[in-house]
Design a protein around this ligand. Structure first.
Ligand code: KG4
Ligand code: ZN
Length: 342
């Protein structure tokens, strides 16, 4: 009988503009070391992520971050038993930097290497918390690239109930921040400005909430903010705060309405939230208030946005199947419902 070894896994995240590295110890069920470097300030002047700049910066930062994560864990590289990297979805160049670094380390140490689905990692990181959700549960993934409502039936078995038809929810935050000249990334800037504003000053649409499906659309909402912004003769900080608060309220209401309908339709009792936008406190409290009879799980704030811990942890569910292989198998487009074919 082969006894499966509880491993120390090094996780690498490079799908967009965060270089994340972490070590998960399966034996103690703890992330023993974690490093994160955000490139956001480098992309701020362009108002969004520039893929080529992102690739170059990952290349520069990844190895030093791995060294630091290993050093802070009090171990050396030889203590690592396996390596996991984000295989997709994400930006091709940045994904290739993470994948090739992971493969190189795996080859030199002769340890298994595994590619992980970024959105599944956003979902699974909730299972590291106490209390943890248990399958089946509804999942709302709200990030810069996605807005997904999923029936998570079992590990790797994800039925997509609805998704955005245009802008992702985080993308809408970023674009509205650009309209208001706030900077990048827009989510945290809008959230903080919204605290000074009146959420009822502008009556923005709650898109798709009259449709009998679970899809979203945030592009029209962003355009509605643009037109109101253009109408204002003298724009000042208080007007911007009102726009930010009213936009954020429209997003929160929309997410709540759709999620509530999906919970009712599926009869699920637990809701798991993930992705960068899940760090928004207004959206969190709106969902908690509106679904008070359900069990709701959020990751800690620092594990909502991209990080290496979620990759290291997610891989622990799949690592038994990992092999040493040299394929640079990244998938910039990879629907979560097709994970079993990955
Ligand atoms: O999950 P994430 O780090 O990367 C992707 O997988 O896309 O999400 C990044 C997105 C960005 O669009 C950012 O503006 C948004 O999450 N975000 C927020 C907040 N913090 C980050 N949106 C709203 N409120 C926040 N506090
Ligand atoms: Zn993400």
């Amino acid at each position: 009988m082969t006894i499966f070894k509880l491993m120390k896994i090094l996780g690498i995240e490079t799908s967009c503009d965060e270089t994340g590295v972490a070590i998960f110890d399966m034996d103690t069920n703890i992330i023993i070391s974690e490093q994160l470097y955000s490139q956001a300030s480098k992309h701020a002047e362009y108002g969004g992520v520039v893929p080529e700049l992102a690739s170059r910066d990952h290349l520069k930062k990844l190895i030093p971050l791995i060294d630091l994560a290993i050093e802070k864990s009090g171990q050396d590289l030889k203590a690592i038993d396996a390596i996991a990297y984000t295989a997709g979805p994400g930006l091709r160049g940045p994904l290739l930097i993470g994948a090739s670094t992971a493969k190189a380390i795996s080859m030199s140490l002769k340890i298994p290497c595994i590619g992980i689905h970024h959105m599944e990692a956003h979902l699974l990181i909730n299972l590291l918390e106490n209390p943890a959700p248990s399958f089946p549960f509804l999942t709302l993934l709200i990030s810069g690239g996605h807005c997904l409502l999923i029936n998570a039936k079992a590990l790797g078995d994800y039925e997509i109930l609805g998704q955005t038809l245009d802008d992702a929810v985080g993308e809408a935050f970023d674009k509205v921040a650009k309209i208001l000249n706030l900077g990048y990334p827009g989510g945290p800037l809008i959230e903080s400005l919204a605290k000074e504003g009146n959420p009822e000053s502008f009556n923005f649409p709650r898109p798709m909430t009259n449709k009998k499906n679970f899809d979203f659309s945030f592009s029209g909402l962003k355009t509605a903010v643009y037109y109101e912004f253009k109408k204002i003769k003298q724009i000042d900080d208080s007007k911007k705060a009102d726009l930010a608060a009213s936009f954020q309220a429209a997003v929160a209401d929309t997410l709540l309405i759709k999620t509530k309908e999906a919970m009712e339709a599926t009869n699920l009792e637990e809701l798991v939230i993930g992705g960068g936008v899940a760090s928004n406190k207004h959206i969190r409290s709106k969902l908690i208030e509106g679904l008070e009879d359900k069990k709701i799980f959020f990751p800690p704030i620092n594990r909502c946005t991209d990080n290496g811990a979620m990759i290291a942890y997610a891989s622990s569910f799949y690592i038994k199947n990992a092999k040493e292989n040299l394929d640079l198998d990244i998938k910039p487009r990879w629907p979560l419902s097709e994970i079993a074919n990955g």
